[in-house]
Write a protein that binds this ligand. Sequence first.
Ligand code: SF4
Length: 351
Amino acid sequence: MTLSEMENYFESIGEKKFRASQVFNWMYNNLVTEIDQMVNIPKSLKAKLEEQTTLNTLKLSDVQHSSSTGTTKYLFKTHDNHSIETVFIPDLKRNTLCVSTQIGCPLDCKFCATGLMGYTRNLSVGEIVDQYILTAAEVGKETITNIVYMGMGEPLINFDNTLQSVSIFTNELNKRISRNRVTVSTSGIPHKIIELADSPYRVKLALSLHSVFEDIRSKIMPINVKYSLAENIEAIRYYSRATKTRITFEYTMLSGINDRTEDVKALTKLCRSLPSKLNVIPFNSIAHMSPEGISRELKPTPKSRIDEFVAELRDNNITVMVRDTQGDDIAAACGQLAIRELKIPARNMRE
Ligand code: SF4
């Protein structure tokens, strides 16, 4: 609940409005996990809350830590016994929490383990926010500086819940996370990008690009057949103008598919046409998902070619970052999030 929703709730049960701020503070600032720990709440109200409400919608079920990078993957169980993953990525300048917005994902991107899992359902606002609360309780509430919506699922399909969680992170947690430290990453749903631009939450936007050519993008990202790259570029131009922010393009390097000379040329033209930067991501193995079809044929671009590719783009004055394969030893790197026991073909889940 947002603070105002909580105030309405307390009034509806005949309690004073200020109780909402107290409970809100216990939950989001003191990160308590038991109603009994709220020492300034009267016993009778605690009993009512115990009966009518729940503090946490998720339960931490497993933690995997990469000793080489410090990346930690948290596995949470939902009330209906599904599993979701959240990744904490510490770095010199920032500590990022990568949150999930869906159980699985319906979009079936061919290089992504989550896509291979199929889709179960959207996460509720509580389940998105709880990933932060329960992780912050583990790592320390001041430790997390950035939140990226790049975990399991497409956030703009779960639009309302994503937005409400952004509102709680940026407006309500004592401004602990500022909105320029929140990034929503999308595979490209143009009308939702416009809606996000017109909302009060002017977060940073990342577009999963992966190819500048429509036919190739459609092969590796089936959503491109429905919403073309051309439509998405129009939408992100609008987003960048409306929010005065720079767009991040995510680009997973796939050997022979998007690492050719013509890709450098097309990327240069696109990146020059709007305020943007390019995040180059080495392709992480998804062999742990036993992929089939085109997913099975995808190969990572060799490091030497990534270096050349990036150098050519930088020579063209394009801002390029190369993302580390943080956490690939625990399958927590980009595109690797998937719960093995939930592996159901995406096609079957949509039928
Ligand atoms: S890359 Fe993102 S949108 Fe595509 S299948 Fe994976 S989680 Fe879904």
